[in-house]
Ligand binder design. Structure first.
Ligand code: 5AD
Ligand code: SF4
Length: 440
């Protein structure tokens, strides 16, 4: 038998890319590849790229340039670009970087084995189609290997919202939901391999409307089906749009014990003028009322968000409205970005703000969000939470896991194993994590 070929995958960007990279590794696993942690001994290198913000494509080109020496030493080395830069740039990647053998868009990963075979024969292969078939169904070369206690599971892909700043509707395509039976089968399989917590992924996950036994299902209905899976202890989902936050999903946060009290609900901005220009189709007020309803269903829920500052036409007063909204919501975590123009999106054509002004606003917003994040984390001290242990800590006897609220928690003198859940009393709050002790 020949030695296995080695595959090095570098993943950029969002959790969906992490999930996709796992699926690509599994697909190529069927072709005799095993993963390696270093590009140096790889027979194939795949960059799974992100296009959401500026310079992503440039980063990919500079990374590719670094493989020049490797390829010279090892002419059989194949180099591929996957993900959203592959989708957006297509053929241009091969034109600019002749080292690249293979370009594959996010909807074509199931075709990787054939593409790899062609590349081995010296062909340059490109596939950025949006095929009809379910790529995940085709990606079935799944070895039954044991897994860690947490996993991502893509249930929905693409987006029909067309926010004026965002490339996702172009790179990931229109909204598509996977049928519920396939998701449930995959969840069952993950649980059999040791997974206790599943995060359902979708660019617009709460718009989920996959086929079920009695017609289309909502995300809440899917969550209730997953609730019945024995051995699955925790369910999370991300990312949601405020306008798709339906009543049954809000209610599930109060009634489904496996659904964790954590919700990532991006608002992007606090000024109605800017929200309108962003094509967000909600107002600051409607978002605040929605948060109120979610908190009425689940008072301790931790709210997370995304923000963009320096969007075209954002005035100081508009920015102040974002700060005011943040003050009102009180976020447990948040991601904030300076607006970056994405070619092909509507906002790219508009007059851009002074970058210095945008930098200044980003710093001010981040200072407020960091303060809130710290306050929310500190408020956990003295409380009892459930922790799912994910790995051993740095010190002997220490274990690290995540609380229901997704805070990292360190527990000393811990006799529990990876994958165990335990009640923990929080004793202190550090820079980025909590420390606690087991409650017997
Ligand atoms: N510029 C800055 N941030 C962006 N995001 C999406 N597109 C852009 C852009 N062009 C942010 C949004 C989104 C998150 C994933 O990335 O806040 O919610
Ligand atoms: Fe992009 Fe999200 Fe808006 Fe869709 S809803 S266009 S993914 S920011």
């Amino acid at each position: 038998m020949s030695a296995p070929k080695k595959l090095f995958i570098k993943t950029y960007g969002c959790q969906m890319n992490v999930y996709d990279s796992e699926r690509m590794a599994e697909a190529l696993g069927g072709e005799g590849y095993v993963e390696t942690k270093s590009p140096d001994d790889a027979d194939m290198i795949l960059l799974n790229t992100c296009h959401i913000r500026e310079k992503a494509a440039e980063k990919v080109y500079s990374e590719l340039g670094r493989f020049k020496g490797l390829k010279a030493e090892k002419p059989d080395l194949k180099i591929g670009v996957a993900g959203c830069v592959a989708q957006a740039e297509g053929q241009e990647i091969m034109r600019r970087q002749p080292l690249v053998d293979l370009v594959v868009g996010p909807q074509s990963y199931h075709r990787l084995p054939e593409m790899e075979a062609k590349a081995r024969e010296g062909e340059k292969v490109l596939d950025t189609d949006f095929p009809e078939e379910d790529k995940f169904e085709k990606l079935k070369n799944r070895p039954k290997a044991k897994r860690g206690p947490t996993a991502f599971l893509t249930v929905q892909e693409g987006c029909d919202k067309f926010c004026a700043f965002c490339v996702v509707p172009y790179t990931r395509g229109a909204e598509v939901s996977r049928p519920a039976d396939r998701i449930l089968r995959e969840a069952q399989d993950l649980v059999e391999r040791g997974v206790r917590e599943i995060t359902l992924l979708g660019q617009n996950v709460n718009a989920y409307h996959g086929a079920g036994p009695n017609g289309d299902m909502t995300l809440a209905q899917l969550i209730w089906e997953l609730d019945k899976v024995d051995g699955l202890e925790r369910i999370r989902f991300t990312t949601s749009h405020p306008n798709d936050m339906q009543d049954d999903l809000i209610e599930a946060h109060g009634t489904c014990a496996k659904l964790m009290p954590y919700l990532h609900l991006p608002v992007q901005a606090g000024s109605d003028k800017i929200l309108k220009r962003m094509n967000r189709a909600h107002t600051a007020e409607s978002y605040l009322r929605l948060i109120e309803r979610i908190r009425a269903a689940r008072p301790d829920i931790l709210i997370s968000g995304d923000f963009i500052v320096g969007f075209p036409e954002e005035t100081e007063a508009d920015f102040q409205a974002t700060l005011d909204l943040v003050e009102e919501v009180k976020y447990g975590t948040a991601y904030s970005f300076k607006y970056s123009t994405r070619p092909g999106t509507p906002a790219a054509e508009r007059p851009q703000l002074d970058p210095k002004e945008a930098d200044d606003r980003l710093q001010r917003l981040q200072a407020l969000l960091t303060k809130q994040q710290r306050e929310v984390q500190d408020s956990m001290v003295g409380r009892d939470v459930t922790v799912l242990f994910e790995k051993a800590g740095r010190f002997p006897g220490q274990m690290v896991g995540k609380s229901d609220y997704l805070h990292a928690v360190h527990v000393a003198d811990c006799d529990r194993a990876i994958g165990d859940l335990a009640r923990v009393r929080i004793l202190s709050s550090g820079a980025n994590s909590l420390a606690g002790a087991l409650i017997d």
